[in-house]
Ligand binder design. Structure first.
Ligand SMILES: [Zn+2]
Length: 340
């Protein structure tokens, strides 16, 4: 899976540090979730002809992600047993196919509905009956409404329901999300852990302590030894961290340590973003997070401002590998700086 093929490909060139620290003037922040879902459901053409006002201003991360998903091809990767991954609409979507109907982990963006539907139909004729959200972010839950309409019951952490049920701001995206439509809101929620039996598979759902947000869960497909870790792992990519809903650099490091302790060398790890991963990928991600946290903390303790810290290039040793995508080195430095 090449990250450059996915929904975020275009963003790297377009967004600088001001997006990370919430200074971008996002012309869409006044648009209601319902309105942009309505636009999105009309497909790429409608998005392209959306009001000029919106596009006259600097495009925000959220709209850029939607525009990218509107154009993206959905790539399918077969893992083990009856588990596949769909890439190309926001976060990576896991699919467990079988006689009980398809179980999805995350729902991508609504603009991708026709292409996701076509891809799911190519896997098997089973209907969609279950959906699990790894966390509340729109690039993992925007498709909830149509997936629910198609027949899925939705399960998530209690904080995913909370954030989808109310107006929720993400400062790092400079965007306030109004409440999601009723059908998009998970009916089954849990605090710490939850088990699902579906298609002869035991699924273990487990809440992380606040990490990328306060709603992150892992989903383990036990017989197949596959784990979807949501946005606690961006494989080979600097991660976004949502301080507005409980995320932090220290929480990300704790979640990564937890992930490392939960897998073996044989486990297949599905990241929120980026190609399919394994234990080595998790260890590299942990080392990157820990080293950059330490570098940024040292500069901040010396009294350096955010701009002086960015100028000191605390991420330099990692940029060639990790900084070529959605979150630029400067943006990631800003996200770490906020939490040390
Ligand atoms: Zn996320």
């Amino acid at each position: 899976m090449n990250p450059k093929n996915s929904v975020f490909a275009i963003l790297q060139q377009k967004h600088q540090i001001e997006a990370a620290v919430g200074l971008v003037d996002d012309g869409l922040s006044q648009l209601s979730r319902r309105r942009f879902i309505a636009l999105a459901s009309l497909g790429a053409t409608a998005v392209a002809f959306a009001p000029r006002l919106v596009f006259a201003q600097k495009k925000g991360i959220v709209q850029t992600m939607i525009d990218s998903a509107a154009k993206a091809k959905i790539e399918t990767y077969t893992l083990r047993r009856n588990i596949s991954v769909l890439e190309g609409s926001g976060g990576n979507i896991a699919v467990l196919a079988g006689k009980d109907g398809k179980l999805l982990v995350d729902s991508g963006f609504t603009v991708s509905q026709p292409r996701i539907t076509e891809t799911l139909n190519s896997l098997s004729s089973d209907p969609i009956t279950q959906l699990i959200n790894t966390h509340w972010h729109i690039d993992h839950t925007d498709g909830n409404a149509w997936v629910h309409s198609a027949g899925a019951a939705i399960t998530a952490h209690v904080n995913t329901r909370k954030h989808l049920s109310t107006s929720t701001r993400v400062e790092g995206w400079h965007y306030t999300f109004p409440p999601a439509p009723a059908g998009a809101i998970p009916k089954t929620v849990f605090d710490d852990a939850y088990r699902v039996h579906h298609n002869d598979t035991q699924l273990a759902l487990k809440h992380y302590a606040p990490a990328h947000t306060d709603s992150d869960i892992s989903v383990v497909f036990e017989e197949a030894d596959v784990i979807h870790v949501g946005d606690t792992l961006w494989n080979g990519i600097y991660p976004f961290i949502d301080y507005s809903t409980g995320g932090s650099i220290d929480g990300m490091i704790r979640a990564t340590e937890h992930n490392l302790s939960a897998v073996t060398d044989k486990t297949i790890v599905i990241p929120g973003h980026g190609p399919i991963a394994n234990k080595t990928s998790l260890a590299e991600f942990r080392d990157m997070l820990v080293t950059i946290r330490s570098n940024v903390a040292t500069l901040k303790k010396q009294g350096k401002s955010l701009s002086a810290t960015i100028a000191a290039k605390p991420t330099a040793a990692y940029d060639a590998k990790w900084g070529q995508f959605l979150i630029t080195p400067a943006m990631f430095t800003g996200l770490v700086y906020s939490g040390v």
